[in-house]
Design a protein around this ligand. Structure first.
Ligand SMILES: Cc1ncc(COP(=O)(O)O)c(C=O)c1O
Length: 209
């Protein structure tokens, strides 16, 4: 695969999760767009960008199986999740149920906003190795109480690359009237993602990981 990247051939690059190297064809195309912007900055940013972004949203929505109107671009998943959490109406005593496999920056975001509002951030311990999807859901669900308002968990975890059964969790959450927010930072293009099928209330992803 190395020939498809601009990576120094002397290194073995394994971390496409933090700052993934860009494949050459993608790099070439985004450089072309940058040049177009430089040719006519005002026209590009003031007019063309709006229709180009709408077009790209249509394409991305098709790829991810969701509605283009439901897609919003952010600089990265951390910014997107901060926007989401900041706008939730968390109340004192509410519970946010999560796992102890969540990504550090988002873990801290949830903890911060829960502390601020008096909500409880409940981290369910997920022992390794995991067994079946059904066992995972049963075990995780033992953390749900009548005060659980929100479930937040990763689709693919950053530390272990485990794929959590988010579709099953979202289904159960919907039946229980609990909002389900999924961190899918690693999912687009890595697995065959169908966002409608996942059924999350909010799904945050990235196309560069
Ligand atoms: C599971 C997971 N969620 C969210 C993020 C945040 O991504 P970013 O730093 O691009 O906002 C990462 C980053 O590696 C991650 O691994």
């Amino acid at each position: 695969m190395k020939k498809h990247f601009l990576l120094d051939p002397e290194i073995t690059f394994l971390n496409h999760g933090s700052f993934g190297a860009c494949p050459k064809p993608v790099f070439d195309i985004y450089q072309k767009w940058q040049c177009k912007l430089e040719e006519r900055p005002i026209e590009f940013l003031g007019r063309r960008a709006i229709s180009l972004l709408a077009e790209s949203r249509e394409k991305l929505a098709e790829y991810l199986h969701c509605c283009a109107e439901d897609l919003v671009y952010f600089p990265n998943p951390t910014t997107a999740m901060n926007m989401v959490v900041r706008n939730l109406d968390l109340q004192a005593g509410d519970e946010v149920l999560t796992t102890d496999h969540e990504y550090g920056a988002l873990d801290r975001t949830w903890r911060y906003f829960c502390e601020k509002s008096g909500a409880h951030y409940v981290q369910r311990h997920i022992p390794l190795p995991v067994t079946t999807h059904a066992d995972f859901v049963d075990h995780f669900w033992q953390g749900v109480t009548p005060k659980t308002k929100i479930i937040f968990l990763s689709h693919i975890t950053s530390t272990t690359a485990l794929i959590f059964p988010v579709t099953d969790i979202c289904k159960r959450a919907r039946e229980a009237g609990i909002l389900c927010i999924v961190d899918g930072a690693h999912a687009p293009a890595q697995i065959d993602l169908d966002i409608e099928d996942v059924g999350a209330d909010i799904y945050v992803g990235a196309c560069h990981k």
